[in-house]
Design a protein around this ligand. Sequence first.
Ligand SMILES: Nc1ncnc2c1ncn2[C@@H]1O[C@H](COP(=O)(O)OP(=O)(O)OP(=O)(O)O)[C@@H](O)[C@H]1O
Ligand SMILES: [Zn+2]
Length: 464
Amino acid sequence: MHIYNTLTRRKEPFTPLEAGKVSMYVCGMTVYDYCHLGHARVMVAFDVITRYLRERGYDVNYVRNITDIDDKILKRADENGESITALTERMIDAMHEDEARLFVLPPSHEPRATGHIDDIVAMIETLIEKGFAYAADNGDVYYRVRKFADYGKLNNRQLDDMRAGSRVDVDVHKEDPLDFVLWKAAKPGEAHWASPWGNGRPGWHIECSAMSTCCLGDTFDIHGGGPDLTFPHHENEIAQSEAATGKTYVNTWMHAGAVRVNQEKMSKSLGNFFTIRDVLAEHDPEVVRFLLVASHYRSPINYSVDSLTEARKSLTRLYTALEGLELGAANSDDASAYRERFTQVMDDDFNTPEALAVMFELAREVNRAKQEQPNEAAKLAGELKQLGSVLGLLQQEPQTFLKGTQQQGMPLSESEIEAKIAQRIEAKANKDFAQADAIRDELAALGIILKDSREGTSWVLEAP
Ligand SMILES: Nc1ncnc2c1ncn2[C@@H]1O[C@H](COP(=O)(O)OP(=O)(O)OP(=O)(O)O)[C@@H](O)[C@H]1O
Ligand SMILES: [Zn+2]
């Protein structure tokens, strides 16, 4: 198996530290708002990776943290007039609901920053003892970036370029503008924990170093996250952990590609985001998942309603192949050839678009066999469904999916159509034929065709 490693910038053979086991940490959500499709991408990408590693026989310990204390959380709780815990609990519940609807399996562990303050404080103390951190006179603690010789290795950057090129904050309390905060002193009235440096709260980067080490040990196999985390977040995690332990922090760094809207990263700060729940109010969750799985995890995805329509068509083709068959045990020779190719492409850095291409070929084969060899068709379809489960797809009853998306494709709900028909009947009764025709034309323009008969008026959707 080969995985692309952001650190070495190439695909490498994957060998876990301990045979048969994989330890993986992924940076999770800062829980101050509902998750959007960018977050869904990270959830789904690492869900597929976990499912596939398990399929390959690995015992995967998948840890994804929750950042439940942060400036954005304090600000939002204050604006809403609710407590920090009320806000974060609400958003964590919503995140779990969204994930379940997208067929994302829960991670093995979901540590929360507020549950690991002791570990965070202990790691900061170690960094101070080793000379990699210092307490400033305002109660903040900073990491001394220049002291860590490897700083920049993940992003292939030199310290002096960073200084010239980026807007690093000039802060009178820092020895060097490049230094970043490990512990923030609390302002009066702010949420805080006691520490050797006074009341305060942890910085974001140290949370991940402390929680990953605590759950997975000093060195672990895979560290993942979204595209924007390589710098500075993951660079800082490396600096903190390797300085504290003196060991390699992570062997393989994996980063998912961005979800974009009109070529810009979908983000809360830009305001160009679609929450998962809003999208799922109008689209089948499996269609949304299909859209995310259909691109390689490292490629960017441009989100649009058209891309969802395409995803719905593709998924409909797969479900149509499964429809009407008693799925057999997948042990035919023909089926195993497909499984082999599926494994080959997934072994190559989790190439899901190629894996889906294999599944589409298999679906065509099922359709060909349906008429003449129903038993063979059932076996092949059984294999198709099993391959689908590795990607978290095709686990609904075909009928349920096919019926559901038909209705989702409808421009009006059934009751809205019935209401229009009632208005038209009333117009006719009043001899207002122009109005009656206008209603009929209005529906026809939406692809809803009315049929008048002696029994009354019925409607059908125009064939696509
Ligand atoms: N548009 C996106 N595409 C892919 N991944 C994203 C996108 N936006 C956020 N992520 C990822 O989601 C995870 C959770 O991030 P976090 O909760 O910190 O969101 P965020 O970066 O504050 O979101 P935003 O960018 O909307 O402000 C991170 O791994 C982050 O990289
Ligand atoms: Zn992190």
